[in-house]
Design a protein around this ligand. Sequence first.
Ligand SMILES: Nc1nc2c(ncn2[C@@H]2O[C@H](COP(=O)(O)OP(=O)(O)OP(=O)(O)O)[C@@H](O)[C@H]2O)c(=O)[nH]1
Ligand SMILES: [Mg+2]
Length: 443
Amino acid sequence: MKQHDTIAAIATAPGVGGVGIIRISGDKALEICTKLCHKVPKPRQALFAQFKHNKQLIDEGIVLFFPNPHSFTGEDVVELQGHGGPVVMNMLLQAVLACGARQAQAGEFSQRAFLNDKIDLVQAEAIADLISSSTEQAAIAAQRSLQGDFSNKVSEILKKLIGLRVWIEAAIDFPEEEIDFLADKAQQQKMQDLHQSLKDLLAKAQQGELLNKGVMIGIVGQPNVGKSSLLNLFTRNETAIVSDVAGTTRDVVKENINIHGIPVLIIDTAGIHITEDKVEQEGIKRAKQILKQADIILQVIDSSQDVEKQKQNLADLPFSKRKVTVYNKVDLITNKQNPEDNEVVLSAKTKQGFEELENKILHMINSQGDIESSFSARARHITQLQKTVENIAIAEHNFLNNQAGELVAEDLRQAQEHLSQITGDFTSDDLLGEIFSSFCIGK
Ligand SMILES: Nc1nc2c(ncn2[C@@H]2O[C@H](COP(=O)(O)OP(=O)(O)OP(=O)(O)O)[C@@H](O)[C@H]2O)c(=O)[nH]1
Ligand SMILES: [Mg+2]
C-alpha cells in the first residue's frame, strides 16, 4: 500500500546525546535531503554534509540514503545524523518539515514497514517490545520475535490448517466422492496434530507474554509475620519499613525487580486481620485486591507461632491460582516441618531458603521449561490463539465424530481468520491504529 506523504521525526531519544538522528521516509526524502545538504548522497554510503536552511547553517554531520524498497519502511529513507542536542535537533526537524515533510505520528515508520510488507504485525510489535524491554531475557525474547521465530511458527500452523481446509472444502464440493470422507485416518491424524501444535504454541506464547509484561507477585499474611522483611530480601534493599510492631505496613509497597531475567513487580501488603482501625481496614482492602490481581501469591506464615490458626485465618481469602506458602522465621524454631511442593521453609533474617523460594517461583513461571528459547508475545496474540484453539477443538470433535463436513469447514475457516490476525494478514484498520499508536515517535 503506497503512502503519499513524506514523514519525518527525531529518531533518537529526547535529551542530550553525542549524536541525534532525524529520519525521513517517503517520495520526497531525497529531494528534502538535497535541499538541506546541497549534495546528493549515494545509496547506503555515509556522506559528510552541512545542513543549511534559508542559507543559515544549522548543523553538520552524516547523511545516509536508503532507496526504496531496500529500507526499513520500504520507501525512500534519509537519515540526517547531527549533534544530539534537543534545540539543534528541533531546528533541523523544523527545516525538514519546512522543505515538505510532515511530522510522523507515533509508530508511523513501523506502520509503513508493515503496510509495505517489510515486516509482519508480530515483528512490528516486537520492535516496540524490544525498545521497552526491562530485562535482558525480555530483550532477547523480543529480538527472537523480531527475527520471525513467532511468525514462522504461526505460518507453519497456518499452512497445515489451510491444507486441511482445502481438503475438506474439496470433499464437500464434490459430493459424488463423499464416501464417509471424515473417516479418513490420515486426515484425522493431521487434525489432531494441528490441535496439538496450536496448544503448544499457545503455551509458548503465554510464556512469552509473561516475559514481556512481567509477573505480578503479591506477598500476603497476618501482621508481623515478616512480609516486609521478605520484600526487602527480593529488592536487596530496605524498601519497606520492618518493625516488631504489628500493623507496620498499612499500604501496598511495589517494586520492580527481576528474578533470573524475568521482570517482576513485587508487592508487599498490610497484614490481614480483623481491626477497627480505619487506615488498617483500607490497607487490608487493598491487600485483598492484590490477592485477586497477582499472578503468584506468597502466603507468609510465622512458623514460630500457631501455624494452623494462621492458615485458618487466611483460608477464606480469594487467592490467585498460583500460591506458595512461605513458613518464615524458621531460625526461631527447632522442630522443622517437611515442606510440600508449593511450600518453602525460610528465614528472612538469615536468608535460609530464599534461593529455594526464587527457584520455586521461577519454576512456576517457567512451566514450559524453556524460557531461554522464548519469543515475546502480547495479550492480543494470546486471545487470538485461544480463539483458534477453541475453533480447532470443535472442528476436531466434529471431525472425529463424523459430523457434517460443513460444520468442520466452518470452524476451520474461523480458526484461520483468528490465526491470520496475529501476523496481520487479516486485520482491521482500527486494530492497526491501536497497535501502532502505542509506539514511540520516530519508530
Ligand atoms: N527471627 C526472625 N525475625 C524475623 C524474620 N522475619 C521478620 N522478622 C522480624 O519480625 C518482625 C516483623 O517483620 P516485618 O517484616 O515488619 O513483618 P510484616 O509481616 O511486614 O508486618 P506488618 O507490616 O506489621 O504486617 C520484625 O521485628 C522482623 O525483624 C525471620 O525470619 N526471623
Ligand atoms: Mg510489613
